[in-house]
Design a protein around this ligand. Structure first.
Ligand code: NAD
Length: 485
């Protein structure tokens, strides 16, 4: 295991003494004991990081290098990182309780995959193009957006950093990254790798901290763009702050996705896949399929199958290979989820399985909990719970299923389960969400990902994700333009 105590901050690519003695203590959600510490970056550290990033962008070599030279640096980072994915996954599991199987495949290996996909996208990206215009050809250039403030939550920390940092760097931006206070250690380790890659001074800074640190970054006039992943409440606040400065902003926010099980669905297949699509990462996934919609005709069968699947889940030490559900990230999250379970009972849903009792004395665990006979106006159907709690709702006919699925503030993901794929596609077209699955739900990190409605603004992954980090510059010329493409 890596050293887990850091006393310096990675600012502008060099390790600096923090402005204050404030520390972040990282507590294992399994043992409730401290596993490491980092400095807590305050507003003065953010100020220093932004100043470095600004100078590096305005006067430094990074934005002026060729795209190919910048890509070579990312290639080097990917090679360094891929030699250490297992160790990185174990660190993430220790920090935030994600089961090892998921932190290996979904988090650390997923982070490397994103670097490679980012490089592949950049190879095809139209950095410069010529188009016929009104007065002769016009030259269109995709210029880096500038200094990027990247803010991420704790739930899949490395996987969420990459779709911001990698395209931003390839585009020629400089980046100040703020990881969540629950997961600063993996970000510090990433800083060590970035140091080895030897980027020009000022190009990347990492400032672990909470709300105040993030807000200092958002408010800073030296930052050109904020790329945020987190809750819709925080996203709304950040968008307002950015709006006041006309700062570019992209937002990846929460979800409350509906899985529509049609009458012709294979229930065994559906429930087998919902085990991950709904309960992945201990239920702490923005795309979790947490509203299960089924007709009266297949209701009991679905509830029985879900109940059987959920009662068989292994709840325990996330470092154990056989664990399905680990602890939640923090005690406040455990209490929040228990609060939702109480709300479900109080509002009159039938609790089929689970409850508020802790499954283990130590650690921030909650029992996988299943509600049936719920209605879509209940809090357990409307609000993002972010834990292993599923809610079954009944629809009268397909039209009603679509109506219920769309009756949500969110629009991040969704799925339909049917033996007729063509019909599944027709259902997908009626649902107001950014991503959709037919007989499966998973992210495809080659394709645009993001939210409709309160689930966000903008997209990550693919060419659309890279486009979030460029400004379009159009040049006309009195003389014939040379071909620069
Ligand atoms: P959160 O909004 O509380 O915090 C997210 C990040 O923002 C953290 O780093 C936090 O320190 C920072 N922050 C908090 N207040 C801030 C402020 N005023 N200014 C600047 N930064 C601030 O979110 P959370 O509860 O920690 O994370 C879970 C949420 O993230 C869920 O809603 C989940 O759905 C969402 N999420 C979305 C996606 C996606 O891609 N759409 C992916 C993962 C998680």
């Amino acid at each position: 295991m890596r050293p887990l105590d850091y006393d310096r901050l990675f600012i502008g690519g060099r390790w600096h003494k923090p402005a204050t003695a404030q520390r972040i203590s990282v507590i294992s959600p399994h043992t409730e004991e401290q596993i490491g510490q980092t400095p807590h970056a305050g507003p003065e550290d953010v100020e220093r990081a932004v100043r470095c990033a600004r100078t590096a962008f305005d006067d430094g070599p990074w934005p002026r290098m060729s795209v190919a030279d910048r890509m070579a640096k990312i290639d080097k980072l990917a090679a360094l990182y891929s030699a250490q994915t297992d160790e990185m996954a174990d660190l993430i599991t220790a920090e935030m309780g994600s089961p090892r199987s998921f932190s290996r495949l979904g988090q650390a290996t997923g982070a490397v995959a994103q670097m490679h996909l980012g490089l592949a996208t950049a190879r095809e990206f139209p950095w410069a193009e010529r188009r016929p215009g009104l007065f002769g050809d016009v030259h269109i250039r995709r210029a880096p957006v500038g200094v990027v403030g990247a803010i991420v939550p704790w739930n899949v920390p490395q996987f969420l950093i990459m779709p911001k940092m990698i395209p931003a760097l390839i585009a020629g931006c400089t980046v100040v990254l703020k990881p969540a206070p629950e997961t600063p250690l993996d970000a510090m380790w990433l800083a060590e790798m970035l140091e080895e890659v030897d980027l020009p001074e000022g190009v990347v800074s990492i400032v672990p901290g909470g709300r105040e640190t993030g807000e200092a970054l958002v408010r800073h006039p030296g930052v050109d763009k904020i790329s945020f992943t987190g809750s819709s409440a925080t996203g709304r606040h950040i968008a307002a702050l950015c709006g006041a400065q006309l700062k570019r902003v992209s937002l990846e926010l929460g979800g409350k996705s509906a899985a529509i099980i049609l009458d012709d669905a294979d229930i065994a297949h559906t429930v087998k896949h919902l085990k991950t699509a709904s309960l992945l990462n201990n239920g702490q996934a923005c795309v979790a399929q947490t509203r299960i919609l089924v007709s009266e005709r297949r209701h009991d069968e679905v509830v029985d199958a879900l109940s059987e699947m959920m009662s068989g889940l292994q709840v325990g030490d996330p470092a154990d290979e056989s664990t399905d559900i680990g602890p939640l990230v923090a005690q406040r999250q455990q209490q929040r989820v228990q609060g939702y379970i109480r709300a479900g009972i109080d509002e009159g849903a039938r609790m089929v399985l689970g409850g508020t009792d802790k499954p283990h004395e130590r650690g921030w665990y909650v029992q996988p909990t299943l509600f049936a006979e719920a209605t879509n106006d209940m809090r357990i159907a409307r609000e993002e719970i972010f834990g292993p709690v599923l809610t079954v709702l009944t629809y009268t006919d397909e039209h009603d299923a679509v109506r219920i699925a769309n009756d949500s503030d969110y629009g991040l993901a969704g799925s339909v389960w049917t033996s007729d794929v063509a019909h599944g596609l027709q259902i997908a077209e009626q649902i107001r969400t950014g991503t959709y699955g037919i007989n499966m739900y998973t992210l495809d990190t080659t394709a645009p990902f993001g939210g409709f409605k309160q689930s966000g603004i903008g997209r990550e992954f693919g060419a659309e994700g890279l486009a979030e980090y460029v400004e379009l510059q159009t040049t006309v010329s009195a003389q014939k333009l040379p071909d620069l493409t």
